[in-house]
Design a protein around this ligand. Structure first.
Ligand SMILES: [Zn+2]
Length: 77
C-alpha cells in the first residue's frame, strides 16, 4: 500500500485529484491538506475528499511529481 510518506519519499509533490462529473483533474500541493497524516493511504483518500464544485467523491487520487508532468524535460543534454 502506498502511504503519504511513501509518496513523499518518492519525490511526489502534489495530489492529482480527478472528478469525473466535472471532467477535471486538479493538482493540489501537499501543504493544502493539513489534515493528511504521513501514514494515510492514498487509496483511502477518494473516500475522504469531495469535489468543491459538484460534491462528488473523486474518481481517482494519485500522487504526482513535477517530473511526471506532460511536456516536462526529464533530461538535459
Ligand atoms: Zn466535480
Amino acid at each position: 500500500m502506498v502511504t503519504v510518506l511513501d509518496a513523499l519519499q518518492a519525490g511526489k509533490t502534489y495530489l492529482a485529484i480527478r472528478c469525473e462529473p466535472c471532467r477535471v483533474l486538479r493538482h493540489v500541493w501537499w501543504k493544502n491538506f493539513p489534515q493528511l497524516r504521513l501514514g494515510d493511504r492514498l487509496d483511502e483518500l477518494p473516500g475522504r475528499l469531495r469535489c468543491e464544485k459538484c460534491g462528488h467523491r473523486p474518481s481517482s487520487v494519485e500522487a504526482g511529481a513535477q517530473s511526471d508532468a506532460f511536456g516536462y524535460a526529464k533530461k538535459i543534454y
